[in-house]
Design a protein around this ligand. Structure first.
Ligand SMILES: C[S@@+](CC[C@H](N)C(=O)[O-])C[C@H]1O[C@@H](n2cnc3c(N)ncnc32)[C@H](O)[C@@H]1O
Length: 373
């Protein structure tokens, strides 16, 4: 994934992983809006599209979008919707290759537009489509390096209604070039002293949190990240959605790919985490896994009192845990503690029933001491 001219010879394993995550997100995102017609316009933007594939015919981002959108060419709702995919391809040769591919596929009312411009120019041209309040959008910024997904771009995209954003970041660049004029220009808020204390395996997660910190407090959004190691550097994807369903989908995929930590293509533990926590029991020298640390945080959160399943759902999404994993964690808590879930009719839910998810009936959560053996 380095800035080198062999990028399209054969995608590296980490690049294929990045593309796999992107594919799975479209696969999960697109049907939601096609089957329900909640928005009349569905727009997908690939601002750094390549020629379509590498020389071994592995699909790149643009081909992945075409393949996923093409699955719906015959869907009965297509005539009720305006579906449009926007590709920007910087290099002339790649632009022509992608145009040729698009000319050969059936469209059936689905529109594809291909531009051949610098990001800065095309971003301003296409931004009004993303800002259109009647459209739902997915924006992919598959840049080399870091500079295009800067503070200004991140702010304008996260301000748009119903827009999910996925972007690539070569995050170790921030550490290596922290004093470089471009880093200081595009990311003026970075605390360069703090960067010195972040180890390589947590740098991408740290950068993702820095992006999140830029959001205005009133912005109720959700952030996800997936760290991708390719020796010797750390890269990754950063995800943002204003909607809980968006982050839930992203997290489901991230946990399917990394069932241990839900966030990396390497063993995430072993470095210092944000708040290094220890197990419930007395093995105080054991570093907690992400899931164990979250279990402890969640226990403390519920124990404070006054929490509902809706609060637990939101709390968990903000900590990057999707309902499937939260249920496991809650079952563990319930094995040790008297965790009661009281349904809206006043009756207790059965053991193991937690109602974590969007639009579930509201339930109260109560922790009432430890289970006696
Ligand atoms: C990581 S690659 C994109 C890979 C592509 N998404 C794929 O899956 O095959 C980044 C691309 O950004 C393009 N690029 C470089 N500078 C650019 C600029 N100023 N504006 C738009 N694209 C640019 C490069 O030509 C390169 O193809």
């Amino acid at each position: 994934m380095s800035r080198n001219k062999n990028f399209y010879e054969e995608y590296s394993e980490p690049t294929l992983l990045k593309l796999e995550l992107f594919r799975r997100y479209i696969e999960s995102w697109l049907p939601t809006f096609i089957s329900k017609v909640t928005y009349p316009k569905i727009y997908i933007f690939d601002f750094f599209a390549g020629p379509g594939c590498d020389k071994s015919n592995n699909s790149g981002s643009s081909k992945i979008i075409i393949e996923e959108v093409s699955k719906y060419l015959k869907h009965e709702n297509i005539r009720l919707l305006e579906i449009k995919v926007f590709f920007n391809v910087f290099k002339k040769k790649n632009y022509q290759q992608l145009k040729m591919q698009l000319d050969s596929i059936p469209r059936n009312g689905i529109n594809f537009e291909v531009a051949n411009k610098r990001f800065k120019i095309i971003f301003n041209e296409w931004l009004p489509y993303i800002q259109d309040t009647t459209s739902v959008c997915l924006v992919f910024l598959d840049q080399f390096g870091v500079k295009f997904a800067n503070r200004e771009i991140f702010k304008s995209l996260t301000n748009c209604n119903a827009t999910d954003l996925i972007f690539f970041s070569a995050s170790s660049t921030f550490k290596r070039f922290k004093d470089h004029k471009n880093i200081l220009k595009y990311f003026p808020d970075l605390d360069t002293n703090e960067l010195d204390h972040i180890d390589n395996q947590h740098i991408h997660e740290y950068i993702a949190r820095e992006y999140y910190a830029q959001l205005p407090c009133a912005r109720n959004g959700y952030l996800g990240q997936f760290s991708i190691y390719k020796s010797p550097n750390m890269y990754g994807l950063i995800f943002y959605s204003n909607h809980p369903s968006g982050i839930e989908k992203f997290l489901d995929i991230a946990w399917e790919i990394d069932s241990k930590h839900g966030c990396a293509n390497y063993d995430f533990k072993g470095g210092r985490q944000e708040n290094q926590l220890y197990l419930f029991d007395s093995t105080e020298d054991k570093l907690l896994t992400k899931q164990e640390a979250f279990g402890k945080e969640l226990y403390e959160y519920i124990k404070k009192g006054g929490k509902t399943n809706h609060d637990v759902y939101k709390f968990s999404l903000l900590k990057s845990f999707p309902p499937k994993i939260v249920n496991e964690v809650l079952r563990n808590i319930q094995r040790e503690y008297n965790l009661k879930v009281i349904k809206s009719d006043g009756n207790p839910a059965k053991q193991g029933g937690f109602f974590i998810g969007l639009k579930k009936q509201k339930c109260k959560f109560i922790i009432d001491g430890k289970i006696k053996n």
